[in-house]
Design a protein around this ligand. Structure first.
Ligand code: NAI
Length: 513
């Protein structure tokens, strides 16, 4: 199915941040755009904003002045809704309020042609609920653009109960024609991105709230080890803790207070203090001219090991053996019965193991040489990681921690020693992202490929969570989650049936194409 022909006109209702951005996208793609806002003069202001945005593109040499003028001339700022009556696609980007959106679509339906497509840019309301009172609810679809709309490629095409497949397909094809990357999603709380991303913030907040380490260290580990562009705390400060906490609360409430989405008291305390983030000058971090740059906890330099014994298979950390090779650290493989299921890197007085979701202290209690145990965190790519978190058991000798730091430093990585938190930082976050993505797939919100694409294109994740699970091993993810569930005894960490199913079938999320 094709998208809307270029000669058809598009209306955008609401000329704020999102409406202006969407109008720019549609005009850039070649459509005539009718931009309307309820506040007198706001549509014209929106158009002026678009002019500034196009000017910046001219300054950067992305488009020439003539193209910019042609694009801008396609946009008419109008002062009455009736001027949008001949549009084939009407995209609503007004205030996030169900009653206001219902009322608006009721008016639009009375004005526009029967075959017009009605789209809403809502980020959290049910498409089904918005369309419930319409005469033609099958013509309403969600087109969820991300901010800033001209820059962000992802568009979630969201279908409510009544949305016609042909309408969703036309919206999808139109978004593609507009050089966007659309994904189909079912109307459920948070759709794909705002739902699947919750653990990215929530697990960082848990590690912090449990005294694992400070926000700057968590951010550094998530960037340096996890491969994420930003850590959770700096991202919450950028989004605004008030906005981020409100999205969390709305998803949690929409899921009838499912403990998976329980908001963080630590974040709500910050919001209560007015520390919203960058916009208020302080959040998790301080901002402003003389604010100190956030600084991660970093271990003092320690000597490199003389020799490393590699026991068993290191699972998702197996590539560390290549890194030992590359760094010229003498190493040998041994077979040992002491380490049962997972492998270990054994130094003179230190046994290093990848976290499996159990606290080091629990694991140490089971090992003959528990006083030597140090756990390390998952990395996106151990070759590229520039920081690794390690955690010791309560029984561990201090010398073992220094020796562990010496090993990773010899591999050119900074080391952050954190407290003995189950699943550490990256591992528990990636496992919970995969769990949430699997749950969304299981509940038919979208297919695995669409979910991964949405997370990569909507939030710049280095890899889709389900692809990540496939690569590190779904059994490893399942084991880690089960251990978290046991340690915490919380339903929050229950394993998605889809994850279990994959461990039994031994099929990956992307095995079926
Ligand atoms: P905004 O506050 O910047 O703009 C909303 C505009 O709608 C205002 O200019 C307001 O005057 C106008 N408006 C309000 N009621 C109206 C009505 N009945 N008829 C016509 N115009 C009306 O808000 P923003 O951020 O652009 O959000 C708009 C929608 O997009 C919301 O549904 C929001 O949830 C959604 N969204 C927002 C994102 C963001 O990052 N800001 C991202 C994705 C979706």
């Amino acid at each position: 199915m094709g998208g809307l022909p270029k000669q058809t006109s598009v209306a955008v209702i609401g000329a704020g941040t999102m409406g202006s951005g969407i109008a720019q996208v549609a005009a850039t793609a070649g459509h005539k755009v009718c931009l309307y806002d309820a506040v007198p003069g706001a549509a014209q202001k929106g158009k002026e904003g678009i002019a500034r945005s196009l000017n910046r593109l001219v300054e950067k040499g992305r488009i020439d002045e003539q193209t910019s003028a042609v694009m801008l001339a396609r946009i008419s700022a109008v002062e009455d809704l009736a001027s949008c009556r001949s549009s084939s696609l009407i995209i609503e980007a007004i205030v996030e309020d169900l009653a206001a959106k219902r009322d608006l679509f009721g008016q639009i339906e009375g004005l526009c042609a029967d075959d017009a497509i009605l789209a809403t840019n809502t980020s959290s309301l049910s498409i089904t609920a918005i369309g419930a009172d319409l005469h033609r609810p099958h013509r309403l679809v969600g087109m969820h653009f991300f901010n800033p709309a001209p820059v962000m490629a992802l568009v979630e095409i969201v279908s409510g109960l009544a949305t016609g497949r042909d309408i969703a397909d036309t919206a999808y094809a139109t978004a593609e024609d507009w050089a966007k990357i659309p994904v189909h999603a079912k109307s459920t709380p948070g759709f794909i991105v705002n739902r699947v991303a919750r653990p990215f913030y929530a697990e960082g907040l848990r590690v912090y709230a449990e005294g694992g380490t400070d926000p700057a260290t968590i951010d550094s580990v998530m960037r340096g080890s996890g491969g994420f562009r930003m850590g959770p705390f700096e991202l919450m400060d950028l989004i605004g803790n008030d906005i981020n906490a409100a999205v969390t609360r709305s998803v949690w409430q929409a899921f009838h207070c499912d403990p998976r989405y329980t908001p963080s008291l630590a974040q709500e305390e910050l919001v209560a203090a007015g520390r919203y983030g960058r916009k208020s000058g302080a959040g998790w971090h301080a901002y402003g001219a003389d604010a100190p740059a956030p600084s991660a906890v970093t271990a003092a330099p320690a000597p490199a090991p003389n020799q490393v014994l590699v026991e068993g298979h290191l699972g998702p950390a197996e590539s560390l053996v290549t890194e030992l090779e590359r760094a010229g650290i003498p190493h040998a493989r041994t077979d040992s019965n002491e380490v049962d299921s997972a492998g270990a890197l054994v130094l003179d007085d230190t046994v290093l193991r990848l976290t499996d979701g159990r606290p080091a202290t629990e694991l140490a209690a089971e090992l003959d040489e528990g006083h030597k145990l140090v756990l390390f965190d998952l990395a996106f790519d151990y070759a590229r990681a520039d920081r690794i978190a390690v955690a010791a058991a309560d029984q561990t000798d201090p010398g073992a921690v220094a020796a562990a730091a010496g090993l990773f430093q010899a591999l050119d990585k900074d080391v952050s020693v954190i407290d003995d938190i189950p699943g550490m930082i990256v591992a528990r976050t990636v496992a919970m992202l995969a769990n949430e993505a699997a749950e969304a797939a299981y509940q038919g919100v979208a297919n695995p490929a669409a979910i991964d694409l949405a997370m990569v294109k909507g939030l710049n994740y280095p890899r889709g969570p389900l692809d990540w699970a496939d690569r590190v091993g779904i059994e490893w993810i399942c084991g880690l989650l089960s251990n978290l569930a046991t340690v915490y005894g919380e339903d929050r960490y229950r394993v998605s049936p889809m994850i279990r199913r994959k461990t039994w079938s031994r099929k990956g999320f992307h095995d079926d194409g």
